[in-house]
Design a protein around this ligand. Sequence first.
Ligand code: AHR
Length: 332
Amino acid sequence: MRGTKRFRLARPVAAALGAVLLVGGLAACGNSDTGGAADDGKITLGFSQVGAESGWRTANTTSVKEAAAAADIELKFDDAQQKQENQIKAIRNFIQQKVDVIAFSPVVESGWDTVLKEAKDADIPVILTDRAVDSADKSLYKTFLGSDFVKEGRLSGEWLLEQTKSATGPVNIVELQGTTGSAPANDRKKGFAEAIAANPNLSIVASQSGDFTRAGGKQVMEQFLKANPKIDVLFAHNDDMGLGALEAITAAGKVPGKDIIIITIDAVRDGMQALADGKFNFIAECSPLLGPQLMDLAKKVHAGEEVPPRIETEETTFTQEQAKEALPNRKY
Ligand code: AHR
């Protein structure tokens, strides 16, 4: 080409450069095969957990860690302490470390596109577990493994509809929401509201976030009790907030489960105990035991296999009688 200078490398230099490129290339292949961090042939999974806000979360973390060990997967575990910025940082670290697969349980639904695109550009498959994201581009992740949170809210509302079908006056409900902006808070609220809309006597008179924690549930319930002289029902988006609320209700001189009907979600052991003891009235289950399915998916996406875009967890509901029966065999 006119004006273009052509260079010829001296033969020994070219040979040396070729050797360097070859070794470098082999090393790069080795990295991507082993996930960069582990060079013993194991799959490396970077997992960013929401935090340790609830009994559910603790059980979920145990399930993930135990399943990784059983599946011989090297797990890089990060606790985001319920902060999205920590999760984004953790995912970027995983990308830098060239893990084979990234999985995370997004603390909130929005704001993931940029970091998910970075993972995609780095050719690292991502699995969403427990909570979904609202990204329009579904190619940014391989699959979403978790519960149908709308259904959990709807089942809770339908149970209440049945219990209150003969009510002739207003039934005042207070709602303890989960973490603001999180998929379970958005979806459980939606499912419950849609179900109770069938009876105009039922209305939500107060609704606020207790951040899925016992302390949050207690504190917000105290405010609800002060501001609302007549509370008939508490719908708490998880057991832990319901358990915190129990303390506030008892301290206010009311009998939980009798003066105030209590509906929660999760069915962790402490929640089931409260249900069996008559302090809660109904629980919609949300299973935290996602570890084995997650490891199976990690192996499949690493091998380039197709996986279904959505894998829903199987769940049930519990009344007080059912909780008494189920408690002795409850795993978490
Ligand atoms: O995302 C699942 C929810 O998160 C659980 O219901 C709750 O207990 C947890 O903190």
